[in-house]
Design a protein around this ligand. Sequence first.
Ligand code: ADP
Length: 485
Amino acid sequence: MWKRVKDRIARLSLLRSLRVRIFLLLVIMGIIPGIVIRVVLLHNYEERAVNVRISEVSNQFKIIANHLIHYNYLQDTSSEVINAELDQIATLYDGRVLIINNSFRVIKDTYGISEGKTIISEEVMRCFKGENITYYDSEEGFIEMAIPIQRVSQEKGADMPVQGVLLSSISTDTIELTINILEKKAFLLEVVMALLILATSSAVSYFLLVPFHKVTRAISEVKEGYTDDALSVPDYEETEHIVDAFNQVLVRLRTLDQSRQEFVSNVSHELKTPLASMKVLADSLLMQEDASLELYQEFMTDIAEEIERENKIINDLLSLVKLDKTNGELNISTVDINELLELLMKRLRPIAQKQNIEVVLESNRPVTAEVDEVKITLALTNLVENAIKYNRQNGWVRVTLDADHQFFSVSVEDSGVGIPESEYEQIYERFYRVDKSHSREIGGTGLGLAITRNVILMHRGSIQVSSVEQEGTTFLVKIPLTYSK
Ligand code: ADP
């Protein structure tokens, strides 16, 4: 039982090979038609040969039946001519001929054993009614015929009385012999054909799949790191499609790998900078043997600032990593966006006031939407914080909320330094800053917009920036009112 199951599994796994399938298909298509043609042709030949034999013999017997009438054989069987003719035809067709007269008595048997006997069989009776009877026994290999002996009428359609019956059985051995010979030859031909088909199928199935092996080999080479080039296997359109798709994946993987490396080196660099500053501050304090308390306080304030900065970078990094890790996992609830923005502005207003920047919220309509409240607050806070950070003294920030039947939009406008058009795309990259020293000075980590864009994309929304340098910047965020996965 177990062995049978195992065998079946092995057989199935063999069928999973495309090469085996192509091979089997070719074999089946090559061999089966041959067998069908042989069987049909031989059967047709047999039918035709038997029909020809029947019509040939029945013609001969009809002539003899005429002779029998002519020589009055049914009354007198002594005619040498007729007897010789009957014996000759019996020998010619390797059969037996019986002549029965109208009292159902056998008056002639070419075998000479049934003469004088009476035969009242169904065929004889039907034949006496004028019917020609033919029956072919393919199993035993003979044809049986019963032909009425009657005078040929001069007028068409007029029935002449049946005076006797010519009963015969002739062998079809010669036909069978021919069929046997043909069968043997056809079989031999089939075996030769089958061998040829097996050989060609095996070769064709092998060569057809060569390009696929090439693809596998090329992919393995990439996997093992032998080549950095794009693959090319142009033999078939199909392999080209596979390779194209693979090359695209390869490009994506390489870009990902590169951006991961960049990210790691950026992170280390960003984390090292505050540490380096702290070390310089601490070292210079230690070098001064009699440093005053004020100097200590001043340096320690600077060190605390650097710690604060380091802390901010780590916090931003953690939120970004968390966003990446929980990609798609949003804590969706129905949120009043007007209220969310009001709260957000209330928190940021004191920071703006330090630079005497006026912050206004314009709400065109009440908006509620299905969003992750914490994440959206984080995203929008970053935008408003930037609008304050990259502003000028006595400037302004205007936040506008609007909605249509599908989306709500928040635009954050400022009167700040602006962003050059060439930087529109890069500002969303991690650690990217337009003006590095300025951004550092005001405590930027370069991660804010990366976080914002991630959150907005998770909500299936969009973010756009437009800006005029030294005049101001506008960020426009659009987010669907209802969340769909
Ligand atoms: P950062 O922490 O440095 O602010 P962000 O990712 O939030 O990092 O922003 C990236 C860079 O884009 C900033 O360093 C700044 O140069 C530029 N930027 C962002 N928002 C504004 C804005 N409202 N006006 C001018 N420049 C901006």
